[in-house]
Ligand binder design. Structure first.
Ligand code: SF4
Ligand code: SF4
Length: 180
C-alpha cells in the first residue's frame, strides 16, 4: 500500500481495499451527479496514491455524510469517513480548496456544534455568510428572504443555547472526532 493510502486508512479506519468497484455507492449517492470524481472513483484514486487529485477536488467537499454509500456497499465501506479524512488532509496541507462554499458550510457547522452542542441556526448562517462573503448574489438574497420569514415565525432563535452536557461534546472533539 502506498503512503497516502496508508494515511487515509489510518485516519478513516475504513478498509477500502475490499472495494471491487461494483459502483453501488455511486448509484445511490445523492450528490454524485455534481462530483467530478464519483464515490467509487475516490476509492480507486486513494488506492493509486493520487493525493493531489483528491485533495484539490470538489468531490470531497460535496459528500454530505448521508451514509447511503455505507448502507449500500456489500463491503460496508463508508466513503463519508474517507472524504472526511481527505478534507482534513487538504486543510492541514494548505492546498487550494476547490469548493470554498462547501468548506465554509462545513467549518461553520462544526464550529456551532463545538460551541453549543447543537447547531444554532442564526450564528451558523452569519458565520457561513461572512466566510463566503456572498451577500448580494441572487442566492444570498433568497437566503436572506427565507431567513427573515423563518425569523418572523420564531423558527430562528436569536440567542444561542448550549446543551446541558456541553462537556461531553468537548470530550468527543478532544478524542479526535472528525472536525470537518
Ligand atoms: S459499493 Fe463498496 S465495493 Fe462497491 S464500488 Fe462502492 S465502495 Fe466499492
Ligand atoms: S456519504 Fe457522501 S459519498 Fe456516501 S452517499 Fe452520502 S454523499 Fe455520497
Amino acid at each position: 500500500m502506498n503512503d497516502f493510502a496508508r494515511e487515509v486508512q489510518l485516519r478513516s479506519r475504513e478498509n477500502f481495499n475490499l472495494c471491487y468497484q461494483c459502483k453501488k455507492c455511486t448509484a445511490g449517492c445523492p450528490t454524485a451527479e455534481f462530483m467530478e470524481i464519483k464515490p467509487n472513483e475516490i476509492i480507486r484514486h486513494v488506492q493509486y496514491g493520487n493525493k493531489e487529485k483528491l485533495l484539490t477536488s470538489e468531490a470531497i467537499w460535496l459528500c454530505v455524510a448521508c451514509e447511503t454509500c455505507g448502507e449500500r456497499c456489500p463491503n460496508d465501506i463508508k466513503i463519508s469517513r474517507i472524504a472526511s479524512a481527505l478534507r482534513r488532509m487538504a486543510i492541514e496541507e494548505k492546498v487550494e480548496i476547490a469548493d470554498k462554499t462547501g468548506y465554509s458550510f462545513n467549518t461553520s457547522f462544526v464550529e456551532s456544534i463545538k460551541k453549543y452542542g447543537r447547531v444554532h441556526e442564526t450564528t451558523f448562517l452569519i458565520s457561513y455568510k461572512l466566510k463566503t462573503k456572498d451577500f448580494f448574489s441572487e442566492a444570498a438574497m433568497n437566503d436572506m428572504k427565507t431567513g427573515i420569514k423563518l425569523f418572523m415565525r420564531g423558527k430562528l432563535p436569536f440567542f444561542p443555547k448550549k446543551i446541558k452536557d456541553i462537556n461531553s461534546i468537548k470530550n468527543i472533539f478532544k478524542n479526535n472526532a472528525p472536525e470537518i
